[in-house]
Design a protein around this ligand. Structure first.
Ligand code: PLP
Length: 360
């Protein structure tokens, strides 16, 4: 059976042009051809990341850098802001790295309250905070600007932000907000196949890492900085992914970042309107909803798995039936990456065609 087009919130559908770009020649990474490729991606990706700092390329999924940030930065204690599957797991990862960690835990679907962050940091003893900007498991968009401002009130506390499912879909002014580590994987908002992560480190993050022992090698921030100065990566990079990244960055700049943000805004609103038309309620409260997916509560009278299967089998389109402990009680639909009003309309037509068969 042909594989369905993915409307699940990661990995997402990849454009044919992106696949084609990945077929570029294999080149040695310690030579001029690679340095040229590396350098050619920087200005564009820095523009997308809204930073003047280097953007590092890690041959790993996002978790590599998420764990790496803990190992590079935490000397005293990390505060993990937990509001869903990915942010909750980061707390577990911090502890498994042997670091002291505390969590602020809110119910899944709810955002992190900046006041709670201020209260917790005021207790003292913390040197790092982790935040998932767009909690993909619940469709909740956290108030990044407000939380970043709170963290900046505390001199020696660094802020690490996961933007895996929001990067490039809405403006995230990395430098202006004073984010110390901003990271993302490429298979969600960037619409590349999985296998690469990107990250930016502040000067402060580099200084901190220099004082931390046991950083390891593969995700050592100092190694990334040192190699960047020669337009290179610490170890052999996923060259096909870098060709793909270059193709997508060029595509984004040709579309125009502002147009790209507006396209996401529009397709996301279409998704919310479609849901409202069926009485499907988003899990997160208004004002804290993702721009790249919607996580709806499953109504009691809907056979969710039957519906998803029918849309997959009869229309070749795949949405997601919920993640982690809210699997089944919620479902998620993505509008991230390359989706347009036209492709969203195709999805809604398929969902609508099958829906009546699965409502009781
Ligand atoms: C998918 C996702 C991750 C994990 O990405 P991997 O590619 O599995 O490493 C982390 N954070 C968020 C917000 C995600 O959506």
């Amino acid at each position: 059976m042909a594989k369905p087009k993915l409307f699940s919130p990661g990995p997402v559908d990849v454009a044919q042009e992106t696949y084609a770009a990945m077929c570029g020649p294999t080149i040695g990474h310690r030579g001029a051809d690679f340095e040229e490729l590396y350098a050619s991606i920087q200005p564009g990706i820095q523009q997308v990341a809204m930073t003047e700092r280097p953007v590092f390329f890690s041959t790993s999924s996002a978790w590599g850098v998420m764990e790496g940030a803990i190992r590079n930065l935490v000397q005293k204690k990390v505060l993990n802001l937990c509001c869903g599957a990915f942010s909750d797991k980061w707390f577990g990862v911090a502890k498994s790295c042997g670091k002291e960690a505390e969590a602020i835990q809110v119910d899944w679907g709810q955002p992190i309250d900046p006041e709670a962050v201020r209260a917790k940091l005021s207790e003292g003893g913390f040197d790092t905070v982790t935040l998932v900007h767009n909690e993909t498991s619940t469709g909740c968009l956290n108030p990044l600007k407000e939380i970043a401002a709170v963290v900046r009130e505390f001199d020696d506390v660094l802020l690490v932000v996961d933007t895996v499912s929001s990067f490039s879909a809405l403006p995230i002014p990395c430098d202006e907000l004073g984010i110390d580590v901003m990271l993302c994987g490429v298979q969600k908002a960037l619409a590349l196949p999985p296998g690469l992560a990107l990250f930016v480190t502040s000067e402060r993050a580099q200084q901190r890492a220099a004082q931390v022992s046991d950083r390891g090698y593969y995700f050592d921030f100092l190694e990334f900085q040192k190699n960047h100065e020669k337009n290179n990566t610490p170890s052999t990079p996923a060259i096909p992914h870098l060709y793909a990244l270059k193709e997508r960055v060029d595509h984004m700049l040709a579309e125009g970042l502002e147009n790209r943000y507006q396209r996401h805004e529009k397709t996301n609103q279409m998704l919310l309107d479609w849901g409202a038309g069926h009485g499907f309620e988003p899990l997160p409260p208004e004002g804290f909803r993702s721009k790249t997916l919607v996580c709806f509560k499953t109504p009691d009278n809907l056979d969710l798995s039957g519906w998803i299967k029918a849309v997959r089998n009869n229309h070749g389109l795949l949405i997601n039936g919920g993640y982690g402990k809210i699997k089944g009680t919620t479902f998620r639909i993505s509008n991230m990456g390359n989706e347009t009003p036209e492709t969203m309309k195709e999805l809604f037509d398929a969902l609508d065609a099958e829906l009546p068969k699965f409502l009781s």
